[in-house]
Design a protein around this ligand. Structure first.
Ligand SMILES: [Cu+2]
Length: 655
């Protein structure tokens, strides 16, 4: 597998900094007795020291604390706006975030799979309907784990319409509207666990006139019994994984494909023909030790048009009580390329990450447990599916060593790739065409262009517009999983460190560290011209809107009481309202203010209610008035000089 030899242009980095490397990262692997694939270019044998460091007094300056000056404008003067939006996941916080870049300032949090008491997400009826409820009205899930954020495309670049993010815990896909940066739909995918990577398609594989996103592809890591209803509990050989396609507009699950192994990250081709996912655990192991014996796993390609034709032809089955059509995409069932729905391109070893180059030619997989990146030529993959290439492995046009623990790759649009090296705590910049030359036998081809230390243990990486054909090669952000000594110590929980790197020149320049609340996984960087937001809501978007102050009042139907209220700074339209103990109360609050940035809040003490309403927005809550007494409902969001006076008495008469 290692035709290539390490090809380095730079000496070892500052050894004083290296002492922070590989403690946590290597400790886990060493504990598992693993040395797989990690020897080829191990330049330093840092012992697996305990990550429990000495008590954290305020540290001296971190080893490479000197600010780099590359000329890239990252410090926004007061009032100055950023030139890019960063759309960030928030990991097991369950949320998403919007950053301004290149400053790195966090502008907004988007509650998604979490409950957020600022906005009322998970508290209002409208948000509960999106998240999903149990028969008793409680939220179906209170937790979520967002990993991957990707935007909708038109003509190979972002159209700013939607962003999608996965929830790994409960196998859900959420959609975020690009015009308000709020979640508007969540879909739970049936019969899978460990829903990991996602990627939207970039154009339609069948209808050439559709040059925008209509599908979102979803990878699936964990093997499960099918269906997972108590059968086959400890018979892992009967478990399986399903690759899923969700409709971008309706958010309904369109189809699933049974596959071998675990599907991790996802990419889609610019021509719309292929989706692909890096696959590990070819072994199909249910136990940790069983997942790493094979030297080769795969990058699995899905021929989207063929899959959809097979479903039209009735060649599908369903699983359990799901009515989603499932086709067989296992390797054994797809041996004839001319009819194959899937193609398994062998890649070493437990690969992680698959990324499409901005020119649309290649997908790049990282080795994770192999120090290599694998460059796959999409035209050759198409040749295999068309019966013109005898061995799909021949679609690999480069497989070169780049460093230890390669995970994710981004691009500058000038032919260079930037790959995170988790174990080396570095980013390696390498030239794709030179790597192909080197792999073809030209051992003088210097494909590694530069390396830079990051702090510490990087996961995802993305360059400005790097996932589009408009990759502009200005800067990249890298999500470092450990911040260690980079920020003031705040106790045992450390933030993560998002670092910003100038990639305009030959050499990368580290520009900034930013602490982030754990734990963002992935992000995209979108130039601001592509995002068009609405700053004031539309009154007509909510059917229950209280459109006129005169419509306010208390409306009783048996023990169901609807309280209609409007807010108009600095007062609510009702000064007080009365309900009875035992009533089911629905409060509908419309913010009639039309001025941008004039948001109001609504909190009810002891009833555990708080939410905000933006200008011209309507939200509602429903609760049982189970406690008699006086409850001052007040505005929680500063709105006016008389904000503190903005309140209403809820009188609950004892039964
Ligand atoms: Cu107010």
């Amino acid at each position: 597998m290692n035709e290539a030899k390490m090809n380095t242009v730079e000496a070892m980095p500052d050894p004083s900094r290296r002492k922070f490397l590989n403690t946590a990262a290597f400790a886990g692997l060493a504990g598992a007795g693993l040395s797989v694939g990690l020897s080829a270019c191990n330049k330093e044998s840092t012992p697996a020291a305990s990550s429990a460091a000495a008590p954290a007094a305020a540290p001296a300056a971190a080893p490479s604390a000197k600010a780099a000056s590359s000329g890239l404008h990252t410090h926004m003067a007061p009032g100055e706006l950023d030139t890019y939006y960063g759309v960030w996941s928030g990991g097991h916080s369950g949320e998403c975030r919007i950053l301004g870049l290149p400053s790195g300032r966090e502008i907004k949090r988007i509650p998604t799979f979490n409950v957020d008491c600022m906005s009322g997400w998970g508290i209002t009826n409208e948000s509960k309907k999106i998240i999903g409820t149990r028969p008793d009205g409680r939220l179906k899930y209170m937790t979520g784990d967002t990993h991957h954020v990707h935007g909708s495309y038109k003509d190979g670049t972002y159209d700013g319409k939607y962003f999608w993010v996965n929830d790994k815990i409960h196998s859900r896909l959420a959609r975020i509207r690009g015009d308000v940066f709020e979640c508007d739909a969540i879909t739970e995918i049936p019969n899978i666990q460990g829903f990991h990577g996602i990627f939207p398609d970039r154009r339609d594989p069948v209808d050439a006139s559709i040059n925008y996103t209509t599908r979102v592809f979803c990878g699936n890591e964990f093997h499960l019994p099918k269906p997972n209803d108590g059968r086959d509990l400890d018979e892992p050989e009967k478990y399986g994984t399903l690759f899923t396609c969700v409709d971008a507009e309706t958010m309904k699950v369109r189809w699933q494909v049974k596959v071998d192994g675990n599907m991790d990250l996802v990419a889609s081709s610019y021509d719309g023909r292929f989706a692909a996912s890096n696959q590990y655990n070819t072994e199909g192991g249910a136990r940790y030790e069983d997942m790493m014996s094979a030297e080769m796993d795969a990058c699995v390609f899905f021929d989207v048009a063929r899959i959809e034709q097979a479903i039209k032809d009735g060649k599908f089955y369903t699983v359990g009580d799901s009515n989603v059509p499932v086709v067989d995409g296992t390797k054994a069932a797809n041996t004839d390329p001319k009819t194959a729905l899937t193609g398994y391109v062998p890649v070493p070893k437990n690969p992680h990450g698959v990324n499409a180059t901005p020119d649309g030619k290649y997908f790049i997989c990282s080795g994770k447990l192999s120090p290599t990146t694998t460059t796959i030529d999409l035209a050759k993959v198409a040749d295999w599916f068309d019966g013109k290439l005898d061995d799909i492995r021949k679609a690999v046009v480069a497989e070169v060593e780049v460093g230890l623990g390669p995970l994710h790759t981004t691009f500058d649009g000038r032919g260079n790739a930037f790959t995170t090296l988790f174990l080396d705590s570095q980013i390696v910049k390498w030239n794709i065409e030179k790597a192909i030359q080197f792999f073809n036998g030209d051992k003088s081809a210097q494909y590694v262009v530069d390396r830079i230390d990051v702090h510490y243990q990087p996961g995802h990486i993305n360059a400005s517009m790097g996932e589009t054909k408009e990759a502009d090669g200005q800067f990249l952000a890298v999500g470092c999983k450990f911040s260690k000594d980079r920020f003031l110590p705040v106790g045992p929980m450390h933030p993560e460190n998002e670092q910003l790197i100038d990639i305009r020149g030959e050499k990368m320049v580290l520009l900034a560290d930013h602490p982030v609340h754990p734990e963002p996984h992935d992000f995209v960087i979108v130039k601001r011209e592509l995002i068009h937001t609405k700053q004031v809501c539309n009154l007509d978007d909510h059917p229950l809107a209280v459109k006129d102050a005169k419509d306010s009042g208390v409306f009783r139907d048996g023990n169901k009481v609807t309280v209609k209220i409007a807010s108009l700074a600095p007062a609510y339209t009702l000064r007080e309202f009365t309900v009875r103990q035992g009533d089911e109360v629905t409060i509908i609050l419309t913010n009639l203010d039309k001025i941008e940035d004039l948001t109001h809040g609504w909190a009810i003490p002891q009833y555990d209610i708080n939410f905000t309403v933006n200008p011209q927005e309507t939200k509602s809550v429903t609760f049982k008035a189970d406690k008699p007494g006086v409850f001052w409902c007040y505005c929680t969001h500063f709105c006016h000089a008389l904000h503190l006076e903005m309140r209403t008495r809820m009188l609950v008469e004892a039964a």
